[in-house]
Design a protein around this ligand. Structure first.
Ligand code: ME8
Length: 520
């Protein structure tokens, strides 16, 4: 069972902020989940290194574009390693393995008549490197980023989108889950596909930092045709060894932000149709991480980067926050207040205390020993078991459909339910009344639920998961996703007598200031 998933390849125009880190974390979480479920999962990420914007940034820094992107690629890899992103390949569009595929594709599409030479006039947005028609502009500005646009005219190659539009419409109709969430699909379908596609300008002559058209090298290939091709060039498409292509294509899912869904949902499938290749199975476009005062931007001084957050609060807390805060189909918000609150309430109070209370009681009442599935199982015990069975199925369903935030919420509902179970069963009363068999059962059920919780959070909170499992001395074979199904397989075990604090409580006011100081 294979599962091929991708992140966008990011522009190395500046340091990666938590928004960029979000898509990569999301993709990595799904990869780890799929692996845990027995899939041969392959995660591709990389960098989109061509285009006028990159050329300009490099110039400003007094570097050649190649020097600039080489430096940025190192930075990016450092960040992914800090974030323990388990990617299988890192493609860079300046690599020969990629450029030669782009050249070849362009030639082929020209030969078969899908790409033709003409002239283009339109409104050009430099930062987005996209032309717009008059009617697409919003208040005379770029509809994507809101910045100034310039009227420009150039000799260009065009891709015959119209030829494939009907086929794509049919594909959308036959594959209702092709674009997720549905609201984004409807947007694409109604605003772009249905009104009729314009042919797309696929070359530029105004700069030269890109893949040159072999037969007419004053043209460089449009950065999006170049960039989208990474998803197959990285697998060795058109190369001598295309075994990865045979094995993994079509992609099971491309993860992208809502800003680039049009390129992935319309142009990419059409390029693939023209190449006679199968289309990806799904494209999931998530919302944006916003700040209190709107988008992150250096001019507002509200950009937040992953490194200082990870350094101070740990990787697990960082991933927990960004994944939980971003709902399936809407934007999420980063606020220092929200971060500290989630840390203190969800991680420190709910999860941390559950583990500590449990280990404390087992040590106090039974010298650290938990006994095999006990006899004296009460109604409350059974109820908790059923609740946690339900959670597992919900979490799986959510992760299978990329509702990661919902999956996390379900898991935290189980954590709350388990905390409540302690209050309901009142172990201290059972102990006082000498009801030791009942008390054993309560401890057993607490350990069972913590074991399950640790497995459910492992794809995005590996360290916390490992700590819980090791403090409870859960054997390896009961740490796997498969072992979630069974509820009564724990043999006698002995928990640690020196539990570590998972998440130390933060001083709210002080920490909010610290995070504010991290914004640039
Ligand atoms: O578009 N919240 O690169 P890019 C969430 N090179 N995600 C965010 C975000 C935010 N505030 N800001 C950025 C490109 N992203 C092209 C892609 S793919 C063939 C070529 C994420 O560096 C989100 O995934 O501008 C978005 O789609 C991507 O970064 C844009 O990255």
């Amino acid at each position: 069972m294979k599962f091929y998933l991708t992140t966008p390849i990011y522009y190395p125009s500046g340091k990666f902020h938590i928004g960029t880190a979000y898509t990569t974390t999301l993709a990595d979480t799904i990869k780890k989940y799929k692996q845990a479920r027995g899939y041969d999962a392959y995660l591709l990420t990389g960098m989109d290194e061509h285009g006028q914007k990159i050329q300009k940034v490099a110039e400003k820094d007094g570097k050649t574009p190649q020097e600039h992107v080489d430096g940025m690629a190192e930075e990016a890899k450092k960040l992914w390693s800090l974030m323990e992103i388990d990617y299988d390949d890192f493609i860079r569009t300046t690599q020969e393995r990629h450029t030669k595929v782009v050249e070849e594709i362009f030639d082929r599409l020209m030969e078969q008549g899908d790409i033709y030479l003409s002239e283009y006039e339109g409104w050009y947005c430099m930062p987005c490197e996209t032309y717009f028609t008059e009617t697409q502009l919003v208040d005379g500005k770029c509809p994507d980023c809101g910045r100034e646009v310039k009227k420009m005219k150039e000799e260009s190659y065009f891709f015959n989108m119209k030829k494939y539009a009907d086929r794509l419409i049919k594909f959308y109709e036959e594959n209702p889950n092709f674009i997720l969430p549905e609201s984004r699909k409807n947007e694409l379908f109604n605003n772009f596909l249905k009104p009729g596609l314009e042919d797309l300008c696929v070359s530029r002559t105004s700069f030269d930092w890109g893949v040159k058209v072999r037969k007419n090298p004053k043209h460089v290939v449009y950065v999006w045709l170049d960039a989208l091709t990474n998803y197959i060039s990285a697998l060795g498409y058109l190369s001598e060894d295309d075994s990865l292509m045979q094995k993994y294509w079509p992609a099971d899912v491309h993860f992208v932000g809502k800003d680039i869904i049009r390129f992935h949902g319309i142009y990419w499938p059409i390029f693939l149709m023209a190449l006679n290749l199968p289309l990806p199975k799904q494209i999931y476009a998530h919302g944006f991480i916003m700040m209190k005062d709107g988008k992150m931007s250096k001019s507002k001084g509200n950009v937040i980067y992953p490194e200082p957050l990870i350094e101070r609060y740990g990787l697990d807390a960082f991933k927990y926050f960004i994944l939980r805060e971003m709902s399936y189909s809407q934007d999420g918000t980063f606020t220092p207040e929200g971060f500290v609150e989630r840390y203190n309430f969800d991680l420190c109070n709910d999860l941390g205390n559950l583990l500590n209370r449990t280990i404390g009681m087992i040590n106090k009442y039974f010298g650290g020993e938990v006994t095999r599935y006990p006899e004296a199982v009460s109604e409350l015990d059974k109820e908790l078991e059923n609740f946690s069975n339900g959670t597992i199925h919900q979490v799986e369903e959510y992760l299978d459909t990329y509702h990661v935030s919902n999956a996390i919420t379900e898991t935290w509902n189980l954590i709350s339910r388990t905390n409540k179970y302690i209050d309901e069963t009142a172990p201290w009363v059972l102990f006082k009344e000498g009801k030791l068999e009942e008390l054993k059962s309560v401890m057993y059920h607490l350990v069972e639920n913590l074991r399950r919780i640790a497995i459910l959070i492992a794809p995005y909170m590996k360290h916390t998961s490992q700590k819980i499992l090791s403090e409870l001395s859960i054997p390896k074979e009961l740490q796997t996703w498969n072992s979630l199904e069974s509820y009564n397989k724990i043999e006698n075990l002995k928990v640690t007598d020196k539990p570590e604090v998972l998440f130390a409580r933060l001083v709210q006011e002080q920490e909010i200031e610290v995070i504010k100081g991290m914004m640039k």
